[in-house]
Structure formats: C-alpha cells, structure tokens
Design a binder for this molecule. Sequence first.
Ligand SMILES: *Cc1c(COP(=O)(O)O)cnc(C)c1O
Length: 394
Amino acid sequence: MLNKVRLLTPGPTPLPERVRLALARDMIHHRKSEFKAVMRRVQEQLRVLFGTEGPVLPLSCSGTGAMTAAAHSLFAPGEKVLVVEGGKFGQRWRGIAEQRGLTVVSIEVPWGQAVAPEDVRRALDADPSIKGVLVQLSETSTGVLHPVEALAALTRSRDVLLVVDGISGVSLSPCPMDAWGIDCLLTGSQKGLMLPPGLALLALSPRAWTRAENTPSGCFYFNLPKERANLEKGQTLFTSPVGLIVGLQESLSILLENGLDAVYRKQWALTMMTRTSATALGLELFAPKNFAWGITSVLLPAGVDGVEVVRLAAERHGVYMAGGQDHLKGRIVRIGHMGWVDWADVMAGLHALAASIQEAGGHIGSRDYLEQGLAAYHAALAVAPGAPLPLTHA
Ligand SMILES: *Cc1c(COP(=O)(O)O)cnc(C)c1O
C-alpha cells in the first residue's frame, strides 16, 4: 500500500485512464456495423502511425505472432534470409525463420551495438539469393536502435524485402514505412501503444503483398491476403479482439491528437533524461551510441547484482524494471520509458534504481542525478517544434 505500482518495463506498460474506460465498454459484435465503423476509424489512424498508404492488419496474437505471420507469408521454405542478430529478439527472428524452413545467414552484432549498414550491403552483394532482411527497429534486450532507414535504402533497390520488428519502436521513434521503403512493419499492443498485450499490427508494401499473394502461407491461422480481404469489409478473418481494437481507437486518438512529432519529442526527452541521470549516477550506458527511445539499458557497477537491484526496486519502491537476459543477466538493468510514462514516473524509476544499487552494496556518483536528468529533459523539450529531431545514428 505504500507505493503505487509503476511499470517501467518494456511491456506491458501502464494504461491511460481513457484507454481503460474504453476497454470497459459493453461488448459489440465483430460482424456488425458498429464494429466496422471502429475498424474504419482505426485504419485511418494506423495509416498515420505507420506512415503508409496501405492497410494495417490487426492480428489477434502477441507481437511474436506477427513476426511468425511475416516469415510464413513472405518466404517459402528453402528461401534464404539475412537476420540481424544483436540480441534476444534478433535471435527470435532466426528461430522463427528456421522453423519456417528458411535458410538463415546472420550478421552477428555485438550486444549493445547497432548493425553497420555497410555489413548488410556486403552480405547482400555477396549473395544475390538472399530474399529478405529481418531486423528489429529497437532491439529491446540491449536498448539499441538499428539504422532501419539506411537498411531500407539498401533493400529498396534490390529484390530483397526488409522486414522490421517494430514492437518496441513503433510510436516511440520515427519509422515512416512508405517514406523509408520498409516492406513489412509490425508491432504489438503492450508497449508504445499503451494497451494490454494480445493484439499485433502488421503492414506490407505493394511488392511484399505480391510476394504474400504468391507464397502459400503454410499456416491456417495467419493468412494475410485473406485478412486484407476481410479488412476491406471492416472485419478480421476470425473473431476480432473487439475490446483491444476499441481500446486501440482510444490510444491512437491520444497519440495522434497533438501529432506524432510531439510523441517522438517526448520520447526523446525521456531518453535524454534517463541517460543523463544514469551517467550522473556513475553508470555506464550499455548502448553508447545507437540507442532506442523507449528503453535505456545501463551496466551495473562491478559487484552489484542486477537481479537484486531489480527485485529491490520493485519491493521497496513499487518500480518494475527489467534485468538483462542470457550473458547480461545480473549485469544490466533496462529502464522502460514507453507509452503512458512521463517525467515523474522516470524520476521515480531513477530514484528506485539509485537507492536499490546502494542497498545492494554499490556506490552512486552525483547526489544531484535527478536535477541533472530533469535539466536534460527540459533542454530536450525546448528544441523548437518543427526543428528536426536529433538522429541517433549519424
Ligand atoms: C516485446 C518484443 C517482442 C515480443 O513480443 P511478444 O508480444 O512478447 O510476442 C518482440 N520483439 C521485440 C523487439 C520486442 O520488444
């Protein structure tokens, strides 16, 4: 009872009151006109969010389901794809592609770094039989932002599809699908979209649609051409996740009411706040250069157990953060600042982190880490509206 529970996790994330109230509405039927009107409105909103002219399909599954749908719809067994493997979610692409029977070539990127577009160019030049590049926009396990725009510039001019897992990136940092030339962009409901888990969204480019139409899906549940035909009637192939779509209409209204630029600026400012404050605490940033805008990963001081820090932050302060995975278990803490999270939540998170590190036996740097973080937040927000946002990868 002492503390509010604050989810600074990379999904699920807190829900705004407006979304919770939308989720509480009476059930409506997924084949009737009232629902079709919601679907049409949501389509208009999603086209803005994804930056695409084409349909954005709602799929009733978690984000991994949309990754699976993409791999099964765009590539046939035996075809070759290039996977960017710089963390847990890059590894997941490999697993999904292998399960589909694809031949996987991977570029292994040291965890904490982004893929170098030059390496992808070299791999594509060396092997013209590669049919697709599978990558994350934001690699949530490390807090890295991959240079998707530069990758799209490579795939656009080749017969290679760029498939982007934007689950922890869409609605958090810019990723205009058509303008960049992405062939498949997908995301999930429980991160930047401020919804419960269980809904995924996926869009294809015209050439990816051609591929999907000519590739037998090999999967009864995910059939993207059939989903598209249903969407034209304001429906989904199977029973729609009605509540989540009604909630999505509300969350997209919140995201779009001041324009996406305002959303990205807020995310940038929260990222600057977290990074500045963590640095003031004496912590090393795990993704030094190409960092995501929805999650910040920090290395713990030697001798401080990250599992203990995460546990103490939750138990003593009500702040839920994420630890590291695999070889990073116990070594890093990942602070989510995505969706319905503001400066005050991030302050709570930074304080919980500092106090928990001390309780776990570590030392912290400057006492004024919160002031430094807030100053960075305000400085980042003060960048004139309309002025270009700083690029994470130059
Ligand atoms: C969270 C996440 C996923 C997994 O999504 P699920 O909804 O758990 O299936 C995949 N990729 C990235 C980049 C993520 O952040």
